[in-house]
Design a protein around this ligand. Structure first.
Ligand code: GLN
Length: 282
C-alpha cells in the first residue's frame, strides 16, 4: 500500500532535517509548500516515493540540497545549479549591492563578471541595471551553458564568453569588473567538509594561499577598465589585508572594503583614477 505524504516525510526525518525533506519532496512532486501541507494525507505514488527516498539518501550522504533540487535562491530569484557550478552564497549578494550602487549615475554601464559560474551575479546585474551591458566569462563551457540557461529563464540579456580570466576578452574596457573567484587555499581542510566536497574544485581553491586567481584578476583588470572604472571582488574571511595590498600595488585608489552580514570583510575593491577629469563611477 502507498504511504501518505506525511508518512513519507516522517520516515525521511530520521535521516535529514524536515525542512530539507519537504524541499526534496516538493521537487519530486513539482508542487508548492502550501500544496504539500494541504495534501499531507494524500497517498504518495510509489514512483514518487522511490525518487524521494533516493534523494533523501543522497542528501543524508552529504550531497548539497541545491544540487539535489537543482536550484538555489540568490538576490530573490531562483538560479539553476549543477555540480559544474558553485552554489550561490548569500554573502555574494553584497558584491551585487556594491556593484549596483557604484554604477548609479551611469546610464548604460558596461560590466564584466569574471568566472560567472551559474551566472547569478551577471544575471542579477542585468536585471537590476536595466540598460547595463553585461559580459560574463568562465573557463568552463559547462558553467557558461548554465549561465546562459539562467539568463534565458530570467529573460536577462548577458553576453557569455569562454575565457580563462581576461585571456579571450581582447582589449575591451569596462566601467566595472566584478568577480567571485576561487579563493580557498588548496590545502584547506574546509574543502573536505560539507557542500564544498561536491562543488567544482576549480571554483573554490586557488593556489597554496588561495590568492592566485585574485592576484591575476587585480593585476590584469587595470588594462580592462575605462578611466575611473572600478573593480569589486569577493575574498576569504582572512584575506582583507592581502586584498588591500594587492589593490594598492596594482595602482588602485579609493580602495573600499565591506563586511558581509556575518561581519566579515568579504568584498574589496577600488577605482582606477583617470589621468584627467573625474571618474566615471559614483
Ligand atoms: N565562498 C566559498 C566558501 O567559502 C568559497 C569560494 C567562493 O565563493 N569563491 O565556501
Amino acid at each position: 500500500m502507498e504511504d501518505s505524504i506525511a508518512a513519507a516525510l516522517k520516515a525521511a526525518r530520521t535521516a535529514i532535517p524536515i525542512g530539507e525533506a519537504r524541499l526534496l519532496l516538493r521537487q519530486v512532486l513539482g508542487c508548492s509548500a502550501a500544496y504539500l501541507e494541504a495534501h499531507s494525507d494524500d497517498a504518495l505514488p510509489t514512483e514518487a516515493a522511490v525518487r524521494f527516498s533516493a534523494l533523501a539518501r543522497r542528501r543524508a550522504a552529504g550531497e548539497p540540497i541545491a544540487y539535489l533540487t537543482g536550484f538555489r535562491e540568490f538576490y530573490g530569484r531562483d538560479f539553476a545549479v549543477s555540480p559544474e557550478v558553485l552554489i550561490p552564497r548569500p554573502e555574494t549578494e553584497l558584491l551585487v549591492d556594491l556593484a549596483v550602487s557604484s554604477l548609479r549615475g551611469i546610464r548604460s554601464p558596461s560590466v564584466l563578471d569574471l568566472g560567472t559560474g551559474s551566472g547569478c551575479i551577471a544575471v542579477t546585474l542585468a536585471l537590476e541595471l536595466e540598460l547595463a551591458e553585461i559580459t560574463a566569462s568562465d573557463i568552463s563551457p559547462d558553467a557558461l551553458a548554465m549561465a546562459r540557461l539562467n539568463a534565458s529563464w530570467q529573460s536577462a540579456d548577458i553576453r557569455c564568453v569562454h575565457s580563462d580570466w581576461f585571456e579571450a576578452l581582447g582589449d575591451t574596457q569596462y566601467h566595472l569588473i566584478v568577480a567571485n573567484p576561487p579563493y580557498i587555499p588548496s590545502g584547506d581542510p574546509h574543502l573536505n567538509q560539507g557542500d564544498l566536497r561536491f562543488e567544482p574544485p576549480r571554483a573554490l581553491a586557488s593556489g597554496v594561499d588561495g590568492l592566485a586567481a585574485i592576484r591575476r584578476i587585480v593585476e590584469d583588470s587595470i588594462h580592462h577598465l575605462l578611466p575611473g572604472g572600478g573593480l569589486w571582488f569577493e575574498h576569504g574571511y582572512d584575506q582583507a589585508d592581502q586584498a588591500r595590498t594587492l589593490l594598492q600595488e596594482a595602482g588602485y585608489s579609493s580602495i573600499e572594503q565591506h563586511r558581509d552580514l556575518a561581519g566579515i570583510i568579504r568584498v574589496s575593491g577600488g577605482r582606477l583614477v583617470p589621468a584627467l577629469g573625474s571618474g566615471v563611477l559614483a
